[in-house]
Design a protein around this ligand. Structure first.
Ligand code: ADP
Ligand code: MG
Length: 935
């Protein structure tokens, strides 16, 4: 099964770069496809790629077969060796996503899957990849930057592997490319100068392919290491020094270890191959002289300036070319096969144990001197394998073999020990790394907490400064307060003295106030009274005004109109009243005049009346006389009437007698005449009793006529007198009436006058009262003013007394006045100052608790800050411990997760079925893949 094969060495020359072209140095000659002549010396390799070789050509010649081999269950390794900038990375990686310029790794990523897709369907593949770099003999996981120093372990087949490195399952070329991209990105992250870093570190991309035949359950595994080595140039050339030199030595160490390993393997005589000299050689242990199809691409510069390096590279290649590897398919046995093998081995062990026992008994016999016959001795025929041993032993070589076996064992033990130590060292370094990280974290925390502390201290300092300042301020304030307190004391003393005086004055003032209050109460009473009086006055006035108005109306003063409204003010009313009164006065005057006139007329009238009365009386007497006369006349008339009637009767009789007499006249005229005469004489005698009848003795007819005329005249006179009497009575009556009305008017006017005079008197009284009240008020005010003056004077004198006894001398009154004014000014100023002081004192008293509070707050703040600082420190320490715990926890969790992930990933890894395009790759169907395919 195992077959020997040599390591393939391919040589690639990069094109000259611009500066090299300018120098135009050409010293390389390519002799066919496998030979290159440098400085006249030919070097033969499996293939030599001249500078114009394309990436694809390189891949086709050196990697394609390896991919196929790996997919067939072999291990494969492709690594590039050469000086810096000789094209190693270009060859291995190239431009990752450029179909033309992509190097071996991306091409493999695509090619593997292309192969798988073209393979038979009953194969299932599991591909997982790892990506790490070795820098300064530390393996750093490029897929998990937290893994900075991984250890190399050996599996049960004693094949070294990087323990704990991240393995990612990929199911498509894109995924694989993603992993490469991630790794490259991570490689860039921690590095400042990538060129330097890449030239000093070895990057290893590992593809692990596991395939299972679904029908036969046969499992094949293949590992493909794709290594981009660090620059192989000598340290001296780089001119490195110090840490860089150490670094270079370390790099060189690993490269020299590689050289040593290759030399050891190339020589083939040495039993010991120093794989363990470096991690890189350890990892590539299987690739160099082990179970691996290895391809080394030595990259060279065609430039003359790099000739030495090129030659050394070429020599390295030549040496490596002589390495022989033993390759075999990595077949994983099935359970049955394992069981069979186990049974076989078990039987072998049992046989071996039996043989050993037999040999031991024989040996024992020999040792005790018992000679064992040849026939009984264990022979070659009896036991094949032991026979060998015994034969060797017997041949004297047994010791050597045993020695070598022992040596092997020892070496193995030592290796184991070395591995253990290595692991221990790794663990320790990991621990150290962890500790370093922790230390860094702690340092960071410490730095931050120191910064915090410094900040807090700064704050504290500033606060302390503030505090100091505040204290100073407070001290100043306290000093000022003390001063103020002293001043305040002085002032309070002054105030106390002043308060005493003030007390006294206030007592006086109280008395005065009482007086004032009494006065005020009196005033109030008076005011009330006044108000009442006023009200009353107003009412009276109103009434008066109304009366006046009425009076005005009664006096028929149409022009004067009394406006007595409620809304009009008293003054207005007064003015109106005054106006009215003046008018009324004038009216009254006119009325009085008129009254006087009337009185005079009345007097005249009364005189007249008296005269009339007298006249009337005389008339009455006349009337009575006349009446008497009339009565007498009437009696006379009646008598005359009676006489007339008697006369008429007599006349009638006489006439009759006359007639008779006439008749008789003739006869007796004379006699009858005589008789008549006698009768007339009798009448006359009868009439002689009445004087009126007396008169000339006329004839009776004349007398009658006269009497009649007289009677008529008398009648006329009587009628006239009656008429006159009536008119006089009427006139008298009228006059009487007028007189009566005038009297009534006079009486009314008198009443009104009396009322007016009374109201006037009242008004005068009220005005007098008001005047009195005003006078009393003025007096009281004056007394108050005087009191105030007295108080001020008293105060001034007191102040003067307090300021010092007056040194009265004969300086005159002016000086005295000046002094007084000065003292008054002083007093005023002192009062002002006192007031101000009082104000300030009260303000300060107000401010004092504030300031005290502020001081308290400041001290509290300082205390709080100190507490906060203490707490911050405690918290920082607590947080530090917590952070440490957290970091540990996270690390544990990550570790556990990784473990779980590995396990889980193994369980859930998407198997890649041969003969099918993966959905992902098909879905994403990158043009890179297909373009690459059709190239
Ligand atoms: P190394 O990895 O060995 O230090 P690089 O691979 O980084 O060197 O190559 C250095 C430079 O030379 C890069 O710019 C690269 O593109 C260029 N270069 C190397 N080999 C070739 C080549 N075969 N064709 C074109 N350019 C190349
Ligand atoms: Mg490189």
């Amino acid at each position: 099964m195992a077959q020997e094969c040599g390591v393939r060495v391919l040589c690639r020359f990069r094109p000259l770069n611009e500066s090299e072209v300018k120098r135009g140095s050409k010293h390389i000659r390519y002799g066919g496809s496998d030979t290159v002549v440098v400085s006249g010396k030919p070097y033969m390799f499996d293939q030599v790629f001249p500078p114009n070789t394309t990436q694809e050509q390189v891949y086709e010649s050196c990697a394609k077969d390896t991919v196929r081999d790996v997919l067939s269950g072999y291990n494969g390794t492709i690594f590039t060796y050469g000086q810096t900038s000789s094209g190693k990375t270009h060859t291995m990686e190239g431009r990752l996503h450029d179909p033309q310029m992509m190097g071996i790794i991306p091409r493999i990523a695509h090619d593997i899957f292309d192969h798988i897709y073209s393979m038979q369907e009953n194969l299932e593949f599991h591909i997982k990849v790892s990506y790490f770099e070795i820098y300064l003999e530390k393996i750093r996981d490029l897929l998990d930057v937290s893994k900075t120093n991984l250890a190399v372990h050996e599996n049960k087949n004693r094949v070294p592997y990087v323990k704990g490195c991240t393995e990612r399952f990929v199911s498509s070329p894109e995924e694989m490319m993603e992993v490469i991209d991630d790794g490259k990105a991570n490689r860039h992250v921690a590095v400042t100068n990538m060129n330097e870093h890449s030239s000093r570190s070895h990057s290893i991309f590992l593809i692990n392919i596991k395939q299972e035949h679904l029908d036969t359950a046969h499992k094949l595994t293949g590992k493909l290491y794709l290594v981009d080595l660090a620059g192989s140039e000598k340290v001296s050339k780089t001119g490195a020094a110090g840490t860089v030199l150490d670094e270079a030595r370390m790099i060189n160490k690993s490269l020299s270890a590689l050289g040593n390993v290759i030399s050891a393997l190339a020589e083939g005589t040495k039993t010991h191959v120093p794989y363990r000299d470096s991690k890189m050689t350890r990892i590539l242990q299987d690739s160099l002289g082990g179970n691996c199809r290895t391809t080394i691409i030595i990259c060279c510069s065609p430039s003359f300036s790099n000739e030495a390096e090129t030659r050394s590279t070429l020599l390295f290649g030549q040496r490596a070319k002589s390495i022989r590897n033993t390759v075999c398919v990595n077949l994983e046995l099935t359970a049955e096969e394992w069981k069979k093998k186990y049974d076989k081995e078990k039987q072998k062990g049992v046989d071996m144990r039996e043989l050993v026992e037999k040999l031991q008994t024989e040996l024992h016999h020999w040792r005790i001197g018992v000679c064992i016959p040849v026939m009984e001795q264990l022979s070659d025929k009896k036991q094949e394998v032991p026979c060998e041993h015994t034969a060797i032993a017997r041949n004297g070589l047994a010791a050597d073999v045993l020695e070598s076996v022992q040596y092997e064992e020892n070496i193995n033990n030592l290796y184991k020990l070395l591995d253990d130590k290595d692991e221990e060292i790794n663990l320790q370094t990991q621990l150290v790394e962890k500790m370093r990280l922790q230390l860094e974290v702690q340092e960071e925390i410490l730095a931050s907490s120191q910064q915090d502390c410094a900040r807090v201290q700064g704050e504290l300092c500033s606060l302390q400064r503030d505090n100091q300042e505040m204290r100073g301020e407070v001290r100043e304030v306290l000093g000022a307060l003390e001063e103020l307190a002293l001043k305040c004391d002085e002032k309070s003393r002054e105030v106390s003295s002043l308060t005493l005086t003030d007390h006294r004055l206030s007592e006086q003032l109280v008395v005065k106030n009482e007086m004032l209050e009494a006065t005020q109460s009196e005033i109030e009473e008076l005011q009330e009274l006044d108000a009442v009086q006023k009200r009353r006055t107003v009412d009276v006035l109103r009434v008066l005004l109304r009366d006046l108005g009425d009076m005005g109306t009664t006096i028929c003063v149409q022009e004067i109109k009394m406006v007595c409204e409620d809304g009009v003010s008293l003054d207005d009313e007064f003015s109106v009243v005054r106006l009215f009164l003046t008018k009324l006065k004038s009216e009254l005057k006119s009325l009085i005049n008129r009254t006087k006139q009337l009185e005079s007329t009345q007097e005249h009238a009364s005189i007249k009346i008296q005269a009339s009365e007298r006249e009337l009386a005389s008339c009455h007497t006349v009337v009575s006389q006349y009446q008497v006369k009339i009565r007498s006349l009437t009696e006379c008339v009646q008598k005359a009437e009676e006489t007339r009637r008697a006369l008429e009767i007599t006349q009638h009789t006489l006439e009759e007698e006359l007639t008779t007499l006439r008749t008789y006249e003739s006869n007796q005229d004379l006699c009858e005449l005589e008789k008549k005469k006698e009768l007339l004489k009798i009448n006359r005698s009868q009439q002689s009793q009445c004087p009126l009848i007396e008169g000339p003795r006329e004839t009776p007819s004349d007398m009658l006529v006269q009497l009649r005329e007289e009677f008529n005249n008398k009648q006329k006179m009587l009628n006239e007198l009656k008429e006159l009497n009536e008119t006089l009575v009427l006139e008298q009556k009228r006059l009487q009436f007028e007189y009566e009305t005038l009297r009534v008017q006079e009486q009314e006017k008198e009443i009104r006058l009396q009322e007016l005079t009374m109201s006037n008197e009242k008004m005068e009284n009220i005005t007098d009262e008001l005047r009195d009240f005003e006078e009393t008020l003025a007096r009281q005010l004056q007394s108050l003013h005087n009191l105030r003056k007295m108080f001020v004077q008293d105060l001034t004198t007191r102040v003067k007394k307090s300021n010092g006894p007056d040194r009265e001398d004969g300086g005159g009154r002016v000086l005295h006045k000046h002094k007084i004014s000065f003292l008054e000014n002083n007093l005023e100023q002192l009062t002002k100052v006192h007031k101000q002081m009082m104000r300030e004192n009260s303000e300060l008293r107000c401010d004092l608790p504030k300031l005290e509070k502020r001081v308290c707050v400041m001290t509290e703040r300082v205390k709080a800050l100190e507490c906060a600082l203490r707490e911050a420190k405690q918290r920082a320490s607590r947080e530090r411990s917590l952070y440490r715990q957290e970091v540990d926890r996270i690390k544990d969790a990550i570790r556990a997760k990784n473990m779980a992930c590995c396990g889980h990933a193994t369980l859930t890894a998407k198997p890649i079925r041969a003969g099918h395009h993966h959905t992902f790759s098909a879905g994403r169907g990158g043009p890179i893949v297909y373009s690459y395919h059709h190239v």
